[in-house]
Design a protein. Sequence first.
Length: 323
Amino acid sequence: MDYYAGIDVSLECSSVCVVDGQGKIVREAKVASEPEALIAWFAALEVPLARIGLEAGPLSQWLFAGLQASGLAVELLETRHVRDAFKAMPVKTDRKDARGIAQLMRLGWFRPVHCKSLPAQEVRALLTTRKLLQSKRHDVEMSIRGVLRGFGLKVGPTTPKTFERRVRELVAHHDTLQQIAEALLKTRAVLLCEFKTIEKRLVGLASRDGQVRNLMSVPGVGALVALTFSAAIDNPSPMRDYQIDQRSSDRATSCVPNLDSEHQLFSGHGPEFGSRDVGPGQQVVDLAVRVAIDDPGEDIGEIAEGLDAVEFAGLCRPANYAE
């Protein structure tokens, strides 16, 4: 008889449930959310596990990779599909969620999703870190402006290079403000230095990746947008059969305002949207529209060496990717 397992992942401990082919619960337990602990627990069962399921989430990709490397038949489940299956559950607990996932695995009522590769996860982590450093540096600059404004000192228009000099000129005759400005300017300098370090690393990754360089050949697409798009798609093979229809193309166009006849984006920072201060999601939408809007009937498998714009431009939702 085959056996099926469900794992409800939590930060410290995960709830695990094993059922037989008839749906009877064989064993339940709380296991540390570590690949080694889960592998050892399943090995101690000494029963043939046909499938193990866990819902996609922040820790799931790490656990999935560890379980898969050990030879276990593990599946990563689409979050919305699992949520919809559990809507009728009157009381939701980790234990009951694990039971529900195990039953989904037994019945085959699940939709597996793609687990992003380690390189793709690393690129996404670098992009997130870069955005965080950029945001905090901006917050520090605005805080300096706000503090000085309370004393009637207006920084006015500056550039990244002239900002520090302008602040020092304004606080030159205020001891308290000098101390405040010095602390904040040092913080800004550190954030700027680390920001440039991360950005240099990203540019280096882009220069060594042929697929990213191919995306950068699209007018207006820089290294950051291309890396964001490539890391978001990761493996395009599950999406090759999807087509963009005219209605979906119209929906994609409505997502991005101010498109002129040449499909250039105007955001107040010029048409080169690769350097705009927008989030990765909007960058991917911009790129998807720019690549896909000209030919609504284009086979997605042919776009940008197989990179698919569908999921992120909102054209259709195959829902087979884990973040």
